[in-house]
Ligand binder design. Structure first.
Ligand SMILES: NC(=O)c1ccc[n+]([C@@H]2O[C@H](COP(=O)([O-])OP(=O)(O)OC[C@H]3O[C@@H](n4cnc5c(N)ncnc54)[C@H](O)[C@@H]3O)[C@@H](O)[C@H]2O)c1
Length: 312
């Protein structure tokens, strides 16, 4: 029988794309999710092709059951928001730190070969040097950033102490189809596109001159598949971005050009915990797992806009 892959948080944005790519490859896939921020409809196209378990990574017994027979884990389940971690630090800690510990322990006990962890570029904080390299000293600015960094450390410790292979991927602002725009904590591209499609003024927190390395989802899926297979990557942390960056004002202008709109944004007060600039150095990622971006920013924006037009 072919190897079994587990995607935690697989009803979410990134997890559902990883599950889809695995199914397309012909792999056996199990998905775990508690639908806190994920949705059943994200997996509707995979009905009958995956095993779905509704459950919570904070529950050790569930994790023991879910991990049976699993070869590789993609650990995406988390409460993935800086502002939400500021507003609800305990809830966020329980999912992102305690939950990750449960996943690692259950993986180790079940004899899982490798776990790929969804880490975050927020770990870098406000270091002035750009692009960010993994050897830079992390300076987390929010509970979320600290929690994700803690997850990386735990992954490395499980590699060293227990022999569970792990790779941590520091994602840089991922976007694409199925990203949920409906919460106040949603990613900015999903918010901008859905506002413009509804002919409503988009909201920008701060002056809009903060910049990000926006990374199309296909790049993140590709990095995950590579990280799961590349033998020498065990115990490492690598960036997943495109090594490009634009400001929120430029991003909005790009989207308005694609959509043919001309709406004036509403500027609101900057949110606590947000960093000013972010850009990934990806030379080490290429060296360790052979990763190269497969879709650039503009192509990714086009595809994303098309998807929201059809699925709004
Ligand atoms: N989207 C980004 O730009 C980005 C950037 C850096 C890191 N990440 C990380 O990538 C991962 C996926 O993020 P996403 O953007 O797809 O977010 P998402 O909210 O769409 O997905 C997270 C999923 O985890 C599930 N979940 C939450 N708590 C759970 C729990 N206790 N038990 C089981 N399932 C639980 C949610 O229901 C959801 O389906 C997260 O770990 C996030 O921290 C995302």
């Amino acid at each position: 029988m072919s190897k079994l892959y587990l995607v935690t948080g697989g009803a979410g944005f990134i997890g559902s794309h990883i599950a889809t790519a695995l199914v397309k490859r012909g792999d056996r896939v199990r998905v775990l999710d508690n639908f806190l921020t994920g949705h059943r409809h994200n997996l509707a196209h995979l009905e009958g092709q995956i095993e779905f378990i509704e459950g919570d990574i904070r529950d050790a017994e569930t994790m023991g059951r879910v991990m049976e027979g699993v070869h590789i884990v993609f650990h995406e389940a988390a409460i993935p928001s800086v502002p939400r971690s500021v507003a609800e630090p305990r809830l966020s800690h329980e999912a992102n730190v305690d939950g990750t510990f449960n996943v690692l322990l259950a993986a180790k006990e079940a004899g899982v070969k490798r776990l790929v962890f969804a880490a975050s570029s927020s770990a870098y904080g406000e270091t002035e040097v750009l692009p960010k390299r993994v050897e830079m000293y992390p300076t987390p600015l929010s509970p979320y950033a600290a929690q994700k960094l803690f997850g990386e450390f735990y992954c490395q410790v499980f590699s060293q102490v227990y022999g569970l292979e792990t790779v941590s991927l520091r994602y840089f602002n991922v976007f694409g189809p199925r990203q949920d725009p409906s919460s106040p904590y949603s990613g900015v591209i999903s918010k901008f596109v859905t506002a413009l499609l509804a002919n409503e003024p988009p909201v920008i927190f701060g002056d809009g001159e903060q910049s990000r390395d926006f990374t199309y989802i296909d790049n993140v899926v590709s990095a995950n598949l590579l990280a799961a297979e590349t033998s020498n990557a065990n115990g490492t942390v690598v960036n997943v971005g495109v090594n490009d960056r634009i400001t929120l004002n430029q991003l909005l202008a790009e989207l308005q050009t694609i959509l043919g709109t001309n709406l004036t944004p509403i500027y609101k007060e900057l949110r606590a915990g947000d960093v000013r600039h972010s850009q990934a150095d990806i030379t080490y990622t290429e060296k360790m797992i052979g990763y190269k971006p497969v879709v650039g920013l503009r192509e990714g924006l086009q595809r994303t806009v098309e998807w929201y037009k059809e699925n709004q």
